[in-house]
Design a protein around this ligand. Structure first.
Ligand code: GLN
Length: 464
């Protein structure tokens, strides 16, 4: 089911939105074992579907009329709970709707429900959710990736047309690659963060999952744009035009690709070869300090997380351990009971790198490293149009297969630099490994080049 393939039929009255929505709800029900959804709004969805059918019948459908959408459960939607997959937010109901969701609703989309994630979007496997792991749609013994695993699976298993996720260091692209679909991390500031639960505000962006580039483009057109409620949201300077002449593709040097499995390396080389054959020039580019991408990300992300998550104190939101049961104060007892292990690890690490004795040694250094990485990208985009690289070093790994947190963090090796630099990147499905597990390559471009990235992804899809 691809939205734009069905839209013509909806316009001609050969299909109804209500049937499509009912079909999705049935599939969601049949695939409960995947644990992709934390909340499903069946009644609200059917009601909206009936309204969409009326709009089609009256010949006035909106741009995304009847498109089915799943929303990661760290993005607020009024009328539905929001847990961030954490026990500390159990029972919380947001009082306003995220701008991105509001815009999709205004364009006619239907929010089927809220999807599972790693607790507070911290993780790469969807195993840190307080409500159980999400299973990979092809092999239930494997992870779907994270942290937006539920949204990725909802799209990949055809439970909905498109989904929103969030990206701090790869949480849309990595699960998109593991599940064989498209996953976009936009330029920092292009999609409003209003209504997204903050993890690391200087890196966070809402991202999009889709099965086709056409669906991706349509959703991006609707959700992107300035929002007065988000002071970091921006008006793009002017639509970026491609320079004349052959396409210039940058690729990473072999030593930077060293952590990749053979299947990923082969897929990468095939994609590069295809570009070469279609007339593109290929240039090896060096984004310096590949060895510090991950440490830089984890110092910045945990520092910001330790501050952002201070608001979950058992007083203002969600879980509160009652005074007579609390050992010590309510705040400590509620946070101890409400947060999971990975979240606590991040808060402790973040508090440590911000403490007076470590600030200069870690946090300030990471800020400097961030500048170096961002500057390197700026100069790279003077000589190439895009940089193409694998989204992940491996395909989907086994659940429980990675127990050491640092090894888990390394699965974000290729994704974090785009968040550090604030540039857009799209993970594109390009094939499968010998076990039939999907492989994703990402196209990274300069700031505000999303539309050009979509053009390139469309060309790649046409060549496959
Ligand atoms: N996997 C990364 C982490 O654990 C990225 C998470 C994200 O992008 N939200 O922090």
């Amino acid at each position: 089911m691809e939205y734009f393939a069905d839209r013509d039929r909806l316009s001609r009255g050969e299909a109804t939105v209500l049937d499509r929505v009912n079909g999705s709800l049935t599939r969601i029900n049949e695939h409960q074992d995947l644990n992709a959804f934390l909340h499903v709004d069946s009644e609200g969805s059917r009601q909206r579907a009936a309204e969409s059918d009326e709009r089609f019948a009256s010949g006035l459908p909106r741009p995304l009329e009847g498109m089915t959408l799943a929303v990661k459960d760290n993005i607020s939607v009024v009328g539905q709970p929001m847990t961030c997959a954490s026990a500390i937010l159990k029972g919380f109901r947001p009082v306003y709707t995220a701008t991105s969701v509001e815009r999709l609703l205004d364009a006619g989309a239907i929010v089927l429900g809220k999807t599972n994630l790693d607790e507070f979007a911290m993780g790469s496997s969807n195993e840190t959710s307080a409500f159980g792991p999400v299973l990979h749609p092809i092999d239930p013994l494997r992870v779907p990736g994270g942290s937006s695993g539920g949204s990725a699976v909802a799209v990949a298993a055809d439970l909905c047309d498109v989904a929103l996720g969030s990206e701090t260091g790869g949480s849309v692209r990595q699960p998109a690659a593991f599940c064989g679909i498209y996953g976009l991390k936009p330029t920092y500031g292009r999609i409003s963060r209003y209504g997204l639960t903050a993890f690391a505000s200087s890196l966070d962006q809402i991202g999009v999952f889709s099965k086709t580039v056409a669906d991706m483009r349509a959703v991006f057109d609707v959700v992107s744009g300035h929002d007065p409620f988000d002071s970091t949201s921006v008006v793009p300077p002017s639509p970026r035009q491609r320079t004349d002449g052959p396409l210039r593709i940058g690729i990473l040097p072999p030593e930077t690709l060293a952590p990749c499995d053979d299947s990923i390396r082969r897929a990468h080389d095939d994609v590069v070869e295809q570009f070469r054959r279609s007339g593109a020039t290929i240039e090896v580019v060096t984004i310096p300090h590949a060895d510090i991408w991950i440490p830089t990300y984890f110092i910045l992300a945990t520092a910001e997380a330790s501050s952002n998550l201070a608001r979950f104190d058992g007083i203002r939101y969600g879980l509160r351990v009652p005074e007579d049961e609390a050992e010590g104060d309510i705040i400590t007892a509620s946070r101890t009971a409400g947060f999971g292990k990975e979240v606590k690890r991040r808060i402790m690490l973040g508090t440590y790198v911000l403490s007076s004795g470590s600030y200069d040694a870690y946090y300030r250094k990471a800020q400097k490293a961030r500048r170096l990485i961002a500057d390197a990208y700026t100069s790279i985009y003077e000589s190439v149009d895009f940089v193409v690289m694998p989204t992940t070093p491996t395909t989907a790994f086994l659940r429980g297969g990675i127990t050491d947190p640092v090894t888990m963090w390394l699965s974000d090796y290729f994704t974090v630099s785009a968040n550090i630099a604030g540039i857009p990147a799209l993970s594109v499905p390009v094939g499968h490994d010998a076990q039939g597990l999907p492989i994703g390559m990402q196209i990274q471009g300069p700031m505000f080049s999303e539309e050009l990235i979509f053009d390139l992804a469309e060309r790649m899809a046409a060549q496959q």
